[in-house]
Design a binder for this molecule. Sequence first.
Ligand SMILES: Cc1ncc(COP(=O)(O)O)c(C=O)c1O
Length: 427
Amino acid sequence: MKTKEFYDQYLITSMVAGFEPVEVASASGCAMRGADGREYLDCFSGIAVTNAGHGHPKVLAAAAKQMQELVHCCTYVYYSPRAGELAKLLAEATPGKLQKSFFSCSGAEAIEGAMRLAKQFTKRKEIVCLTQSFHGRTAATLSVTGNRARKKGSGPYLSGVAFAPAPYCYRCPFKLAHPGCGAACAQYLDDVLRYQTAGDVAAFLAEGLMGEGGILPPPPEYFKITTEIIHKDGGLFIDDEVQSGFGRTGRLFAIEHYGVEPDIMCMAKGIADGWPLSAFIARADVAGAFTPGDHLSTFGGSPVSCAAAIANLGVMRDERLPENAAARGEQIMGRLGKFQQKNRLVGDVRGKGLMIGVELVKDKKTKEPAADEAKRVRALCREKGVLVGLGGTLANVIRIQPPLVITAAQADRAADVVEKAVSEVAG
Ligand SMILES: Cc1ncc(COP(=O)(O)O)c(C=O)c1O
């Protein structure tokens, strides 16, 4: 395989746990085609990116038109029409008073900018985030990432960061069960603020639905409680929707399931169906805390990416993709939930919409993580023509995150293949 040889010789790949042995030649909708002609049902979307499906014709057309007109001018030196239009659309599409956007290129860049803005608005310096979280691979975003496997080899990290326990119900840090727990993980934010910080907390940063940590949907009251606690303390709530945004969970943004309004929201991945773009959006008063010279990104708000993002939002609305995500998610989780009862490896099936995690354990009583088994399940799924992801801080969670255009028949096929692969590995 020529591409593999080029990778081996000329790309830095030493940091990757393992490549999927697929050379991707083309993709459309939910289908990815290998250079060998093999077609796969894509259930990972390039890590939750191609939400409107690979190469959606309306997104392609908008990007192609924009390429003919203007590729780059620097959106922060000259007025760029698509950036203005997209910012207006995002203000309309996001909850509450979120109004002013800053465009950048990666999820990590959006999180960095959001934390900086929160610090400047509150004139405070500390951040509280969550164990099991993932917010990116830059120094600051690794500092607020609660997973040592991602952080190893690069410390020391930023000071002024404290971690609250993740809402990981299957492995509750308090060994309690919802709803009897009274959402102890959410209430514990108060203790973290009191005993782990200097009372100088600018923001509580959390994913709307934790992705890399193993697909961990918080209990229904979680964000109401945590937002109240952080606001009472004088800090802001930064909602990281990088992975959970743009229809993935059955609503445009995961936080909409929880009925709270973030002060700042971060977006990337699914924002432009594959074009590189990220953003954070803030209340107007919060956004006003930046002063001239404070922040910029040369490629941020690329006209082509913004044109793609505008078309992508139109597709989400016209094709009712969040609704399809909700329906197909129920279909897949309904099936896998029944399968869980009869299979010894499946410890938990959880998620919202098409952000689904299947946690594999060697023993349902001890919950010993089955990481090798999960790896084998992913390989078997691939052999059977379905691409799924792998994740979780214990590396034992099968992630099903297909493009949101997946049909009922394709969703059944995905569930069939996952069930068969898990059954084969369970023996
Ligand atoms: C919730 C969340 N935040 C931030 C990031 C970082 O995004 P990027 O890889 O685009 O920097 C990720 C990436 O997986 C993510 O899942």
